[in-house]
Design a protein around this ligand. Sequence first.
Ligand code: GLN
Length: 428
Amino acid sequence: MFFRNALFIPRFSRGLASHSGPLAAIPATLHLKTGQSFIGRSFGAPKSIYGETVFSTSITSYTESMTDPSYRGQILVFTTPLIGNYGVPLNQAPIDSQDVGVVLESQRIQCAAVIVADVAEKFSHHTAVESLAAWCRRHDIPGITGVDTRAITRLLRDQGTTLGRIAVGDDVLAPPPQAEEYWDPSKENLVDQISTKEPYQLNSNGSIKIAVLDFGAKANILRSLVRRDAAVTVLPWNYDFNSIRDQFDGLFLTNGPGDPGHCMEAALKLRKTLAEWDRPVFGICMGHQIIGMAAGLDAYRMTFGNRGHNQPVLALASAGSITAGRVYVTSQNHQYALQLQDPFPHGWEPFFINCNDSSVEGIKSTIDSGKKVWGVQFHPESAGGPLDTIEMFTDFISECRSHKESISGRVSTTVAPTRPRVAVGAGA
Ligand SMILES: NC(=O)CC[C@H](N)C(=O)O
């Protein structure tokens, strides 16, 4: 395989000898804004798109990654060469009080496109109902196969996340776009596009009331709360939570796509919440970045971010199920991170640090601040990835429960149930 800087004449048959399956040989090209082009063949929707080209080192769970709303606007390159071999399940779970309605991470494919070295045309799994290619076609998402994903990944690692164009079919004959033609999703408020427009409830008879600010929630975050018997109220990302906060025992902030700088409004509202409200607050990924911004930390854009299910993080403090000095392997999908500054804002301390690049992986309120607030850059709920830190959800619900019991005068030592009444969906 090869990449090149100049205009080219596509050669569709080149390097495709291993693809002997029934996919039609529709040509497809990935153009990067930095001038390189990779020629392959289309699978999925026969349409051309723009996006931000990122790579993920995950080996499994392409279905969960592709439905994660945080990948919105991104062209997702899998470093694992063979993707698609277990097909795609029916994305519909029975709706009952213990479930959130989907098996995957949202109702549809969220990334703009996928790039796979060698797409599996044959698939086998007891839950599979269709192939990766058929699923992409149904959701109008293009894919390229037969390209050198190792070369693309090395470029993205060295030059950073790069704007890209996927040209499919006749569009491959057109010259690569001019620099100003590339669409940059980080300029848009993607959270506002994906967040729920209206509040809604899950498991309304649950024993502890949790408000969730939805920046583009993965379903497994909601499942992980519901499975711990939380009555969950999902609110739009910029909802005036302060006007209703006393109805709730805790606040959760979800993951979400794009630049957290677009969500400063939510960070300022949260700053007021943290100053005036003493109940537990937990945030994941975008939610963690919002907590950090509310605490006075800056968020910056990393070179290529961290995407994959094998990111080691070192705990710097003990809290709940987390032990200082231990390394946890985590699932991640982010481009931005909180700045590690010295000193940390008053009342806050670093919680986790990334073992590969020393980026901030978590923050928490200090004990003397009297508050229970945590944010983690990684995804304890995984889906996919390791469940090393899943008990952080139990820690959060337990804190909400003990706070509730202490203010109602019934100090209790009970721990929240971690098992669902019925088993649903993927993950823990
Ligand atoms: N998964 C997330 O919540 C990602 C947060 C933010 N969009 C980032 O890329 O850093």
